[in-house]
Design a protein around this ligand. Structure first.
Ligand code: FAD
Ligand code: PYC
Length: 423
């Protein structure tokens, strides 16, 4: 039963016909929206995929008591709804491969797990090599991936052409294609669906999803977090997890915690929709551009990060021009397409291009951030290990290397090469 109606009443032919002519009146709300209560056992700040997934696993697997997700805008309105949805796990270092592969395995069953179609499509992700240096770096990463049980293979130039016939291997002379790495299990998903699916499933386990509720500060007593202050009042909490992507350092600072994070705009754009023309994902870190095709037919194209710190969630003509110039050199066929829209998101980047999943110096306050240009793929894995870290008060085995204090100990995990769009 939902909204007082049985499934049969909600989905009968008569009700479908009636709703078709009645501007959808009387429909039960698909996503629950809660008013904030006075206190919770755990409050998660940020209703993006990572925050929602964290709440879902906390409620489903960890019996931590009451849980709320507090989102300043609407769920999925941050980077979750702004990214280009590439999912893969072909990172260089053992620690990253283990973390991202954990995520990829969860992706493979996610629609079933959430009873929500997240449209995960394992169409293959290619990373191109344009020179001898690229070839060496890719070979090293492919070997490392295979040692870690991550599927990864090398394609020579002809292999690239066979896998993606619309590519022009000459790259207009500027970006000749010499080969590529291919992760066949990589692909794309529907970004909004990931937020909606986790939100609905979390709510079914009793999580309150509170939207339009910006967090403005934290109450800390004797070194321990006791509440979050929001624009809609104080919410007491025994534990707080921050998963606020582009605003992580702003939020951490409210609790007196300094993060080694820079927030940078990252832009993307889509073309007008066309018939299926490219059925894989193609990325080039050298070109700082990448492309795939959405199920609607739009080409989804992205750029490298803007070269300045900023909080603007907009696109800009110079970045679009530079990106499209490179894309058109690799795919001359796309030259005649018109672009429909462009946008930006704010990505929080760490000096080693790896995330932070960690306790903080404030007791009861946990942080999940620094995913930079590549956190969408990690959404299920990140939420899963962060939930365990919060519930158990100690890092999940896979999260352990991503502690905040690695920037003090020096045990950083440099993933700039695998971060795809460099930052
Ligand atoms: P978000 O979805 O941004 O969630 C954080 C939430 O916190 C937001 O909803 C925000 O409103 C909320 N918040 C902020 N401040 C407050 C506050 N004070 N109070 C309450 N709530 C607050 N990654 C990939 O793996 N593959 C890709 O192809 C890819 N492409 C990308 C393309 C672009 C253009 C961009 C911008 C990013 C891309 N990424 C990609 C990165 C990816 O989007 C992010 O790493 C990931 O979505 C972060 O998820 P999140 O849930 O932490 O963030
Ligand atoms: O991490 O694979 C990635 C990615 C692609 C585009 C932006 N991020």
């Amino acid at each position: 039963m939902q909204g007082g109606q049985s499934m049969k009443q909600r989905y009968s032919l008569a009700s479908l016909v009636k709703n078709a002519f009645s501007h959808h009146e009387g429909w039960a709300q698909a996503l629950p929206s809660a008013e904030p209560r006075e206190s919770y056992d755990v409050v998660i700040v940020g209703g993006g995929g990572h925050g929602l997934a964290t709440a879902y696993y906390l409620a489903k697997e960890l019996q931590v008591g009451s849980v709320a997700v507090v989102e300043r805008g609407w769920i999925g309105g941050g980077n979750t709804g702004r990214n280009t949805t590439i999912v893969r796990s072909n990172y260089l270092w053992d620690q990253s491969a283990a973390l991202y592969e954990h995520g990829l395995k969860l992706w493979e069953n996610l629609s079933h797990e959430l009873n929500y179609n997240v449209m995960f499509s394992q169409r293959g992700v290619m990373n191109l090599a344009h020179n001898q240096n690229d070839l060496r770096a890719l070979s090293r990463r492919i070997n490392a991936n295979r040692l870690n049980g991550v599927d990864s293979e090398f394609l020579d130039a002809q292999g690239v052409k066979d896998f993606c016939p619309v590519i022009d291997l000459r790259g207009n002379g500027r970006y000749p294609v010499l080969g590529a790495s291919l992760q066949r299990r990589g692909g794309t998903a529907r970004h909004d669906a990931v937020a909606w699916g986790y939100a609905r499933a979390a709510a079914e386990y009793g999580v309150d999803i509170v939207q339009t509720c910006p967090v403005e500060g934290f109450e800390i007593k004797d070194g321990r977090v006791t509440a979050v202050r929001t624009a809609r009042g104080r919410i007491a909490a025994k534990k707080v997890g921050i998963a606020a992507a582009g605003h992580s350092s702003v939020l951490a600072q409210m609790a007196g915690v300094q993060l080694p994070i820079q927030s940078l705009p990252l832009q993307a754009l889509v073309s007008e929709p066309v018939k299926p023309i490219i059925d894989c994902v193609v990325m080039s870190s050298a070109v700082h551009a990448y492309v795939s095709q959405s199920d609607k037919g739009e080409l989804v194209i992205g750029a490298g990060v803007d070269r300045y710190i900023g909080y603007g969630q907009r696109g800009s003509i110079p970045v679009t021009e530079e990106t499209l110039a490179a894309i058109c050199e690799l795919f001359p066929l796309f030259r005649r397409l018109r672009m429909l829209r462009m946008w930006g998101g704010i990505v929080d980047t760490c000096p080693d291009a790896s995330p932070i999943i960690s306790k903080t110096p404030v007791e009861g306050l946990f942080i999940n951030c620094g995913w930079g240009t590549g956190g969408f793929k990690a959404t299920p894995g990140s939420g899963h290990v962060f939930a365990h870290t919060i519930a158990r008060n100690e890092p999940h085995r896979l999260a352990e290397p991503f502690r905040l204090d690695r920037f003090v100990t020096g045990f950083t995990i440099d993933e700039h090469g695998a971060a795809a769009v460099a930052h």
